[in-house]
Design a protein around this ligand. Structure first.
Ligand SMILES: C[S@@+](CC[C@H](N)C(=O)[O-])C[C@H]1O[C@@H](n2cnc3c(N)ncnc32)[C@H](O)[C@@H]1O
Length: 227
């Protein structure tokens, strides 16, 4: 089974998929630092024969078909304008019956004016754009996918963010040494404010499991389906 992880970050999913499920994985990121670190982690885990890490834009991937695609925390970087292209690119990379897991933070408070000078776009995620879960699902269905499952993890993510703030505070001196006082403070504020956003319901995070039509039908019970 061949899996593509778009926006592989620090490689946690790539390592999990290759170790736990024995699949072949291609992980892509646009960050050379991330790619270098993930390659090192892959080598340390003895997985170089099954895991390939590339510095590549998702729009340039042309070596499908894949059996499954995961996109975790990456579609927030795509934005409304490019969303149709994103969906058709992932659809085109999958074989018939192949699955997509799209995990994304959602904006639950209706239309707002984007302000590029506000705190998050200016200091944390330039050019990011959060959509509602509904908008995301409409785009994915419009691009030819069938929705198999939606899992809302808003309250779980609030707990995760609180744990991240605690970890950062416990390792404050080390974080400042590795970055700077200003950077560490930006991330503490960002994560604390994000925790409030998830606790209040202003934002959510959702995993949408989809299938490209064709191929084999999934089982009736999806839990633990590794297909
Ligand atoms: C917020 S991180 C999420 C990382 C990881 N999936 C995780 O869940 O921890 C976003 C990732 O998307 C990648 N990314 C952003 N824009 C991209 C693009 N146009 N093509 C490929 N990857 C992109 C970044 O390099 C980064 O690895």
């Amino acid at each position: 089974m061949r899996v593509l992880d778009v926006g592989c970050g620090w490689g946690s999913f790539v390592l999990h998929a290759a170790t736990r499920y024995g699949v072949t994985v291609v992980g892509i990121t646009i960050s050379t630092e991330q790619a270098e670190l993930v390659r090192k982690r892959v080598a340390e885990a003895g997985l170089t024969d099954r895991v390939e890490i590339r510095v590549q834009d998702y729009r340039d991937i042309d070596d499908g078909p894949y059996d499954a695609v995961s996109s975790l925390g990456m579609s927030e970087h795509v934005g409304r304008e490019q969303l149709g292209r994103y969906v058709s690119q992932l659809h085109g990379l999958l074989r018939p019956g192949g699955r997509l897991l799209n995990h994304a933070i959602s904006w639950n408070a209706g239309p707002t004016e984007d302000d590029p000078d506000s705190f998050i776009p200016r200091y944390v995620f330039p050019d990011g754009e959060m959509l509602s879960l509904g908008e995301m699902v409409v785009a994915l269905e419009g691009g030819g996918f069938e929705v198999l499952d939606v899992e809302a993890l808003r309250r779980h993510y609030a707990l995760t963010l609180r744990a991240w703030v605690k970890n950062l505070e416990e390792q404050w001196d080390e974080a400042v040494r590795l970055t700077s006082e200003g950077r560490a403070r930006i991330w503490r504020l960002y994560m604390a404010a994000s925790a409030l956003g998830f606790e209040s319901g202003l934002t959510g995070v959702n995993q949408v499991l989809l299938q490209k039509p064709g191929g084999q039908e999934p089982p009736l019970r999806l839990r633990n389906w590794a297909g």
